[in-house]
Each structure stands twice: as C-alpha cells, then as structure tokens.
Write a protein that binds this ligand. Structure first.
Ligand SMILES: *Cc1c(COP(=O)(O)O)cnc(C)c1O
Length: 237
C-alpha cells in the first residue's frame, strides 16, 4: 500500500473516531450521523479507496465534475450536491444526485420541480440557509425561510428533507456554534408550521474544521473534505 493510501486511511479512521466521540458526548448514536465525503478535486482512485474503507456517500460542488465521476463510480456511492446549482445543469443533477442539499431560492426549487416531474422523479432536497447572512455565500435568508418553504411544499416534483448551512470560517469552532444552533432552531420552528409534504429530518452542517460542534448542536449530516482527503489546492467554497 503506498504512502498516500496509508495517509488517507489514517485520516478517515481519525474522522470516524472523532465523530464517534462527538456523538457519544452529545448522547447521540454514531449510526444516526451521515458522513458525506466531500470529493471536489479528489481523484477516482482515492474515492474508491475511501469507499472500500466504508465511506458510503460523497458530496460534489460542480455538476460537470460529478458527471465525469458518475460515469466511473455509478451507484457504488450515494451522491450529494452541495454546491451552487445553475439551472442549465438541473437535468443532469436530478439524474445523478440522491439529495440536492443546496437549494437556496424558490426559483431554483421550481426549476428542479418542473424537470423532475418530466422524468417522473420526486427529487429529495435540502434548503440551504445563509444563517450568518454572509454576503459571499449562497443560501436563503433565515427570515425568508417560512415563505419559501410554504411555496416549495406545494411542488410535487421535489421533497424537502431538511436544512443545510455553511458556517463562516472560524479559527475556533466555538465561534460558529451559534450558527449551528440557529439552524437547529429554524428546523424545529419549520417542523411546526404545518407543511404537508416536507419532512424536517436532516440538518446538514459541519465541515472538517467544525463538525464536532455541529454534531453537538444536532447535525445529522456532516460534509467532510480535507480531514479525510487532505488539503485541497483549490476550490474552497
Ligand atoms: C468543500 C465543502 C465542504 C468540505 O470542506 P472541508 O473544510 O474540506 O471539510 C463542505 N461543504 C461544502 C458546501 C463545501 O463546499
């Protein structure tokens, strides 16, 4: 086994251990936390190797890159769209992805709905919320969430399964904990507004630098790139 594989294996095992520990500390079960390995810029061999180690789901930011990888990996892994989705890529996205986590406008939800219905699919989605009102990030404003969800709930070609957020970068993860807490509170609030089809069952939050804090605040999905695959040379969100 070559060096880079040893490193990947060590990093993956370390992440698993840290998630187990964080889950235990929060009185939660490891099995209830879904790990998305973020594979932007990661080669197929490394993804396959991580898959052999037990990584079941991957997250991609770009449809173009996902398409190329999908041709090689197919349904060996579960596919998550975590980047900004352009409407001209929706037709590909709804065929590849098991969950589109980055729906941030009603308009995008409507586009996905129309195209999904055309192929007889009900596309599972998360609504991305810009909790920190970061101008450089995508995501619906927390104040608009209610109105957006009421409308999306009527679209039969999509099904809302929860919320996603990207916390601002912080040296110390304690500084972004409020962001995770806010998303959990929003999710609890939205679970009580009488939506008919939406199911607020997933909170996708936490990345390499802050997943322990996110798990402590209730994350069910963590999206981990560099802590598993090593530092990227490019493509930071
Ligand atoms: C890149 C990315 C991640 C993973 O980031 P790391 O810090 O490498 O773990 C998670 N979520 C989104 C939306 C990303 O773009």
């Amino acid at each position: 086994m070559d060096r880079s594989r040893d490193d990947l294996k060590a990093r993956f095992e370390n992440v698993i251990e840290r998630i187990e520990k964080a889950a235990g500390k929060a009185g939660r079960s490891f099995e209830d936390i879904k790990i998305i390995g973020v594979t932007k810029g990661v080669d197929i061999e490394s993804i396959r190797f991580a898959n052999d180690l037990g990584l079941k789901a991957i997250g991609e930011n770009r449809v173009q890159e996902a398409r190329a990888k999908y041709g090689l990996l197919g349904r060996d892994v579960e596919w998550h769209m975590i980047g900004h989705l352009q409407s001209n890529k929706i037709n590909h996205a709804i065929r590849i992805f098991d969950l589109i986590q980055s729906v941030d406008t009603l308009e995008l939800a409507r586009d996905i709905d129309a195209r999904s219905r055309r192929i007889g699919r009900v596309m599972p989605i998360l609504v991305q919320v810009n909790v920190a009102s970061d101008e450089k990030k995508f995501g619906a404003a927390a104040d608009d969430l209610y109105d957006i969800l009421i409308e999306i709930d009527r679209l039969e070609g999509v099904k809302v399964e929860g919320l996603m957020t990207i916390a601002p970068y912080a040296e110390d993860p304690r500084d972004v904990r409020w962001c995770f807490r806010k998303l959990r509170e929003l999710s609890e609030e939205m679970a009580g507004i009488g939506l008919k089809r939406a199911d607020m069952r997933f909170l996708s939050m936490g990345m390499s630098g802050d997943f322990e804090a996110a798990i402590d605040e209730g994350a069910d999905i963590v999206r981990i790139g560099s802590a598993i695959f090593g530092e990227r040379g490019y493509n930071k969100p």
